[in-house]
Design a protein around this ligand. Structure first.
Ligand code: SAM
Length: 218
């Protein structure tokens, strides 16, 4: 079966899961087979995570879609993603924020930085910057952000992310190991923080200064 046919089936599966039309349109525009290792291209349109090397994964399409909906991404937003991985989630978000917005996506594993950069360049995204570094510290150079999304699980919500969020901004972050809860965190106009649990998820750990540390066994 051709990629387009497989993609159609995957999108049909997502339609039944309450994903918004605008996010489904964004997912439709991104070729997931361009964001997985060559030997896994044929599996790219199964709605599952897939290995991308270095013990890391590209997230399942339904998780990418649900997180994009929760983030309520709009044209022109400045977004920070922690955990570029393959660059796929950044590509889907880039479709949603358009030419006037910008995605900064930070990755700690250098070969994955190169993988994500290469995938995004080949797919033609000029509104995404891939950064090599410890994303547990956020990315102060381009702060503040309308949205921050974390695609790995933190031991707790790092204060530094809240500092880099604009008033009326949203932070989405999985917290905990082994059981993880996805938190939607809103900063209001007065700078007050409101945390809402959104259910159980399964992500690789966020490691680094404000993540899990070597002495925790990571
Ligand atoms: N968003 C990715 C995609 O679309 O392919 C999937 C991300 S994968 C589930 C989680 C990523 O977070 C891994 O690539 C991992 O190396 C990265 N990561 C973990 N801790 C990090 C840190 N402190 N800074 C930056 N990246 C980190």
């Amino acid at each position: 079966m051709e990629f387009e046919e497989k993609k159609k089936r995957m999108i049909n599966g997502l339609k039944g899961q309450g994903i918004s039309k605008k996010v489904l349109d964004a997912i439709t525009k991104v070729d997931r087979h361009r964001f997985v290792p060559e030997q896994l291209e044929g599996d790219a349109y199964y709605d599952t995570p897939l290995p991308i090397g270095y013990n890391q994964t590209i997230s399942a399409p339904h998780m990418v879609a649900m997180m994009c909906d929760m983030l309520d991404l709009e044209e022109g937003h400045r977004v920070l993603e922690i955990g570029a991985g393959s660059g796929y989630n950044a590509a889907v978000m880039a479709e949603l924020i358009g030419e006037n917005g910008h995605i900064y996506t930070i990755e700690r594993i250098k070969p994955l930085v190169d993988f994500a950069k290469n995938n995004l360049e080949k797919a033609g995204y000029s509104n995404v910057t891939v950064v090599h570094g410890d994303g547990s510290e956020g990315y102060p150079s381009a702060a503040p952000y309308d949205r921050i999304t974390v695609t790995s699980a933190a031991p707790e919500i790092p204060e530094i992310f809240l500092e880099q969020l604009k008033p009326e901004g949203i932070l989405l972050i999985p917290v905990g190991i082994p059981y993880q809860e996805l938190y939607l965190v809103r900063k209001d106009l007065d700078g007050n923080i409101h945390k809402e649990p959104k259910g159980g998820v399964m992500f690789v750990p966020l490691v680094g200064k404000y993540g899990f540390r070597k002495d925790d066994g990571y």
